[in-house]
Structure formats: structure tokens, C-alpha cells
Design a protein. Structure first.
Length: 256
């Protein structure tokens, strides 16, 4: 069975020294976690670009996957300030976050931009972590239709390969509570069905982000393949607790 996936994006919260300390503490907390060791649980960490190499060194010898918070649409050339998927893959990055709501809002990224970045990542063996989610709170049915359409636009023209879809309703990002379980389940189920009928997306996963924390993964059960964490995971102990929950869920799925 596919592993239960837990991801963490550090955004721009940590300075360099603080990030290095966090990497060391996470490596200490989770490198022997039974879920990670057995492969029942997968963990990826997405630091800033400058923090990628120290993270790679800190996580050496562990199964933790390394990610990037963005990727260029082009493979090389005169693109000041950009980082290509080719270079990211060269230094050990295996997953790239693309199309987060903050980048759409602050930097004007569109679904076409996300599709071009997804294509660039897949060309170089980097898994796109495609973020989708409705801006305004809709009914579960309306949110499902909106996000499935957004996902299709965000992968239009991208080559074959598995993706990780992070469902993050914009109205739930940074909120005191995540979206209701019934709402999340309706949308993630629709997203998974859309991926399942796409022959070029075999092996893809759907995870939830947006004020995610303890207990949510258990409540969602088989409706998601994992969680995408934010500031909650700044405490490595919290992250370890979610990994425990992910392992329990993985064991339940095997038993059933």
C-alpha cells in the first residue's frame, strides 16, 4: 500500500542558524521512527533555497525527502533569481511545492504558471507538490468541482508522472481550525478520483494542508493520503506525534 505522507513547509519563518538547529532536532526525533524505517510513513521537508544543502546534510542517512518551495518554468538561461528543477534534482531535491495560495496572491501566479512549473519539475524527475484550493468558502460539492477544475488546469500539458496534490482551502490557511472533516473528505475524494482516471498520473497522492494538526489525520482516515503541516511542526515533538498518528493509520489500513 502507498505510505501515509506527512510534509512540512518552513516558508520563511526560520533564519539560517535556526533552520540548521531545527534540522538537527528533527533528525534526532524521527530518523529512527518505526513508520519511516518501515516505509509505512513518508516524510518530506521543504526549507528555503539557502537551507536545502544544510538540510540535505542533516538528513543524510534518513528516509526524509527534501523539497523546494518553488521551481522555475525554464530549465536554464537568463532568468535572474530563479532556480531550475535540473539544479534542484542535482542537489537531492525530490519534491517541489508549486502554486501555493501565497504565491498566487502575492506574486500573481496563475494556473498556467503552475502547469509550466509542474512540467519543468516532471521533466527532471522532481515530484510536483501541486497546491489547490478555493479562495471563498463554498459548499463541499462546489469546492470539489472548483478544485478538480483547478488541478486539471494546473497540470495541463505536463508530462506523465505522479504528483502530490495538497488541498489547502485558502480560507483555512492560518485559521484557528482546519476545514471541517466532511468538507475536506468531499474535496479530497473528488481530487483522488480525478487522478485515478488519469492514466498518466499513476502513483499520485492527495494530502490536506490548512491549519492541520493532531487528530485530523485519524478523523479523515482513508479520505486523504496524508497531511501538509506548517507552523505546528516547528516543534519537532509535534511533528513526531503526527508521524505516530500516521503510522497508526497506516497499520489500520493494512489490517482492513
Amino acid at each position: 500500500m502507498a505510505p501515509v505522507t506527512v510534509g512540512v513547509s518552513l516558508k520563511m519563518y526560520f533564519g539560517h542558524r535556526e533552520a540548521r538547529d531545527w534540522f538537527a532536532r528533527v533528525a534526532e526525533h524521527v530518523h529512527q521512527h518505526p513508520g519511516l524505517v518501515s516505509g509505512a510513513v513518508e516524510l518530506f521537508v521543504i526549507p528555503t533555497y539557502l537551507q536545502i544543502l544544510p538540510a540535505r546534510d542533516a538528513f543524510a542517512g534518513t528516509p526524509i525527502r527534501l523539497g523546494a518551495q518553488d521551481v522555475a518554468t525554464a530549465d536554464s538561461g537568463p532568468f535572474t533569481g530563479e532556480v531550475s528543477a535540473a539544479e534542484l534534482a542535482e542537489v537531492g531535491v525530490t519534491i517541489a511545492e508549486i502554486g501555493h495560495a501565497e504565491r498566487r496572491r502575492l506574486y500573481g501566479e496563475t494556473d498556467d504558471t503552475v502547469a509550466a512549473k509542474s512540467a519543468a519539475a516532471l521533466r527532471h524527475g522532481v515530484t510536483p507538490l501541486v497546491c489547490v484550493g478555493e479562495s471563498d468558502r463554498l459548499s463541499p460539492r462546489g469546492a470539489a468541482a472548483s478544485t478538480v477544475a483547478q488541478l486539471r488546469r494546473s497540470l495541463s500539458g505536463a508530462p506523465a508522472g505522479p504528483v502530490v496534490v495538497a488541498y489547502e482551502p485558502v480560507w483555512a490557511i492560518g485559521a484557528a481550525e482546519p476545514a471541517p472533516v466532511e468538507h475536506i473528505a468531499a474535496v479530497t475524494t473528488a481530487l483522488r478520483m480525478a487522478l485515478d482516471i488519469a492514466p498518466d498520473r499513476a502513483g499520485s497522492q492527495v494530502i490536506y494542508g490548512g491549519s492541520a494538526g493532531p487528530g485530523l489525520l485519524t478523523a479523515l482516515g482513508t479520505a486523504v493520503d496524508g497531511l501538509f503541516l506548517g507552523r505546528f511542526a516547528h516543534d519537532p515533538g509535534n511533528l513526531a506525534a503526527v508521524l505516530d498518528e500516521a503510522l497508526a493509520l497506516a497499520e489500520t489500513r493494512v489490517a482492513s
